[in-house]
Design a binder for this molecule. Structure first.
Ligand SMILES: Cc1ncc(COP(=O)(O)O)c(C=O)c1O
Length: 476
């Protein structure tokens, strides 16, 4: 009997378990789920593509890659083949044990990124756990220092510590995270809405001075690390301007602070290079990876400079943190990214898409800003090009209407002002890097059509959308 012949259940039972669901089961799960569940029940992805079907058979072009993760597309056959092969041998081992995929992944990852990032730790929990590992690594390497600098509107996860390190959304999160006293926030270099109202062409990166001040005056204990997304994802698709990261690195090193990049969203090709570190030509001391690394399987990784001290087993381990199946998926996914040259594909498709979006901007004043690079695209919607008032309600309506038409978009994180969500106005376009030109064109057609529609919505309609938004976002 082969390893895939069930011994207790019949193949039909297993198939029914995973492919059939009644309305009653759906309602019961919705009633009992402790977290809200979206309306559409996703059922199957078209292999190695940007297309997914729901249980009714409706197809969607996915411009979210399911949390910016499926860079090689849904159910990539090479990833599946690696996973199946690995499952024939082992599906779980305890954390300390090396396995063949773990060994190969520890050796492979440092080859992909600039700098001297030779040390590696892996997990199967993802970005938040990896950020916590990076924080712990900085604590190990900067004894006595326990403060971390993090940016305004950064997002690093929803564990209690990474919530504290991230943009706070009071009300939407009814707890602010733990360890708040360990994090000092500085303004992110968001040039479209410059925190110090300078002109990007002539500012000379004056905002770097704010980081100096945060170090000098913001922290009562020495700073161990500075954590930054080199291009902010959830915060609104905001790339740091040229020269910023080099300046940041100089400041960090002058103050003996470890520079930590959170490349959860930007690595493995999405920005038109293997990483934002490569794109900007500035390597960090510690690099956090997840999402696109796993080809759809749960994984996180931290890379660190070779001279940094590592962990004891007590300091860094989890029960499921050494999953050989996910590591096998990552090994295959990395090769697909490289052999298909997905960074170049992201660059080419990204340039094409942003050029079209900038053209759209000429006709549609609702588009305030179009940002790349690669397939890391943000379209910021504003009520007025001068005042840049965020078109939050129109953006929310657009996402709903596009979904009806079979295109999945998503938005940035909201600000919360006086207990109400506001400024959530950046449409994110981050499809699998294998998306075809036709699919991307179709997604942009839908975007253009819906933009034109929502631009016409009268104030009463916006008021209604706002009420609905608040109802959905806030706890009942
Ligand atoms: C930049 C960044 N860091 C960290 C995380 C958290 O990752 P996870 O949800 O796997 O904990 C995310 C998730 O979206 C992210 O975008």
């Amino acid at each position: 009997m082969g390893p895939f012949q069930p011994q207790v259940l019949s193949p039909e039972e297993i198939r029914a378990l995973l492919t059939e669901v009644s309305n009653q089961e759906v309602e019961q799960a919705r009633a009992h789920s402790l977290v809200p569940l979206k309306r559409e029940i996703l059922y199957e992805g078209v292999p190695a593509s940007a297309v997914v079907r729901d249980t009714s058979g409706k197809e969607y072009i996915d411009c979210t890659s399911q949390a910016w993760t499926l860079s090689v597309g849904y159910c990539h056959p090479d990833v599946l083949a690696a996973v199946v092969e690995q499952m024939r041998h082992l599906t779980h081992v305890r954390y300390g044990y090396p396995t063949i995929p773990r060994i190969k992944l520890i050796n492979r990852l440092p080859q992909l990124f600039p700098g001297d990032l030779k040390k590696v730790v892996l997990n199967n929990q993802g970005g938040g756990t990896s950020i916590e590992a990076a924080i712990k690594l900085a604590l190990v390497n900067r004894p006595g220092a326990s403060t971390f600098l993090v940016s305004h509107r950064g997002y690093h996860g929803s564990t209690l510590v990474t919530l504290a390190a991230s943009h706070y959304m009071p009300g939407l999160a009814r707890f602010p995270g733990w360890g708040l006293d360990h994090f000092v926030k500085f303004p992110y270099p968001y040039c479209y809405r410059c925190p110090i109202h300078r002109e990007p062409r002539t500012c000379g990166l004056a905002c770097l001075e704010l980081v100096e001040r945060a170090i000098r005056y913001g922290a009562n204990t020495p700073v161990a690390g500075l954590i930054i997304e080199p291009m902010q994802g959830a915060g609104g698709q905001v790339p740091t301007p040229p020269g910023y990261l080099a300046g940041l690195k100089e400041i960090c090193h002058r103050h003996n602070i470890l520079l930590i990049y959170d490349e959860a969203q930007t690595a493995f090709g999405r920005v038109g290079a293997m990483s934002a570190a490569e794109y900007y030509g500035v390597a960090p001391d510690i690099l956090v990876l997840t999402k696109g690394l796993g080809g759809g399987f749960p994984i996180g990784a931290v890379l660190a400079r070779e001279d940094l001290k590592g962990f004891t087993l007590v300091e860094e381990h989890t029960t499921f943190g050494a999953n050989p199946v996910a590591f096998a998926a990552a090994l295959a996914s990395i090769e697909v990214v490289l052999r298909e040259d997905l960074p170049a594909r992201a660059r080419r498709l990204g340039e094409r898409a942003t050029a079209r979006l900038r053209q759209m901007q000429e006709d549609i004043p609702l588009i305030g800003d179009v940002r790349g690079p690669g397939l890391f695209i943000g379209v910021e919607l504003v009520e007025d090009q001068e005042t840049k008032t965020p078109a939050t309600e129109r953006a929310a309506a657009l996402v709903e209407m596009a979904m009806e038409q079979g295109v999945i978009f998503d938005l940035d994180m909201p600000d919360v002002v006086k207990g109400l969500p506001t400024r959530r106005n950046v449409v994110k376009i981050k499809p699998p890097l294998v998306i075809t030109e036709e699919q991307l064109d179709r997604a942009l057609d839908v975007l253009e059509g819906t933009l034109k529609q929502v631009a016409q919505f009268p104030p009463e309609m916006l008021q209604m959308i706002r009420q609905q938004m608040v109802k959905e976002a806030m706890p009942s």
